[in-house]
Design a binder for this molecule. Structure first.
Ligand SMILES: Nc1ncnc2c1ncn2[C@@H]1O[C@H](COP(=O)(O)OP(=O)(O)OP(=O)(O)O)[C@@H](O)[C@H]1O
Length: 277
């Protein structure tokens, strides 16, 4: 280790994202309007905002799915304009709102395929005598070891999301962008997912698009609020909650500063966020 002394202890952590002046337009409509966003290595950042704020489009632009102008630097390297594949190879992985796993294949095969860049499909599907170390670790981290031989299609909803996260881990991504990972999950699944993300963030940078405010309050290390394609507020959970502009956007009026605790539990995680931040 040749650290400068200002780095976190342990191995050098990479995975920092620096977005500057990012703009995405669709037929004249500006969905992302000059976003600056810095996510430091090892952060567990929540990206929130009302429906249509531009959260998914921002992630689409970072991952090469949406055409954008501005700058997206990952560990100092400019990625804007690169192909989806090149951005993935650079170490940025994402999930979508609906889990994308191979339902007929086992958990192990799904992870093996994700880990197996460069191997042919026939080799991938052949039973292998040994399981790669990265796959073993991903099984353990995601709590899926006991389910490794089950078809992914038979997993519970939460387990499928964890498998998807595992599939990113075995690809050696350093930045995970997760789009509403706890939508539709039970309370226990949300808690387990939060703990999983905390563990993943020990060695990776994690950005979570989320509508579930209980989940955010429990697990966010930092928060960025998007509104109408622009960054409205940023900081710790407490700082963002205390920001009158955030209250205004979420509640439509100046809200009292005191957190008069939410009545509702967070059933219906993807419901519009007309709840206290
Ligand atoms: N392919 C597209 N063509 C045209 N408009 C689009 C396209 N994708 C997104 N938009 C528009 O861009 C705006 C931002 O959408 P986006 O999905 O990024 O918002 P979001 O913050 O992720 O919302 P939600 O929380 O509902 O998922 C919306 O007004 C949406 O209708």
């Amino acid at each position: 280790m040749t650290g400068t002394g200002s780095e976190p202890s342990g191995s050098e952590q990479s995975g920092s994202l620096e977005v500057r002046g990012l703009r995405v337009t669709f037929d004249g409509f500006t969905a992302v309007d000059g976003v600056d966003l810095t996510v430091g290595a090892g952060d567990l950042r929540f990206l929130i905002g009302p429906n249509g704020a531009g959260k998914t489009t921002l992630v689409d632009a970072v991952t090469g799915l949406a055409r954008a102008t501005g700058s997206v630097r990952f560990d100092g390297r400019e990625l804007l304009g690169s192909s989806v594949q090149k951005i993935a190879r650079a170490g940025i992985g994402r999930t979508f709102q609906t889990a994308a796993v191979f339902e007929e294949l086992t958990v192990l095969q799904n992870l093996d395929i994700a880990a197996g860049a460069g191997r042919g499909i026939a080799t991938l599907l052949r039973q292998r005598a040994t399981v790669p170390e990265s796959v073993e670790r991903a099984l353990e981290t995601t709590g899926l070891t006991a389910h490794r031989d089950k078809p992914a299609g038979t997993l519970a909803h939460g387990q499928k999301q964890w498998l998807e996260i595992g599939m990113l881990l075995v690809q050696d991504v350093r930045l995970l962008l997760l789009d509403e990972p706890v939508a539709g999950m039970s309370h226990d699944e949300r808690e387990a997912t939060g703990r999983l993300l905390e563990e993943v963030a020990e060695e990776h940078t994690v950005v979570v698009i989320e509508h579930d405010m209980d989940f955010l309050r429990s697990f966010a290390r930092s928060v960025t609020v998007l509104h109408a394609g622009a960054v409205l507020s940023e900081g710790t959970v407490a700082e963002v909650r205390a920001d009158p502009r955030v209250q205004e956007v979420y509640l439509g009026h100046e809200a009292p500063a005191s957190p008069s605790a939410a009545s509702a539990s967070s059933e219906g995680a993807s419901a519009p966020v007309a709840q206290e931040v």
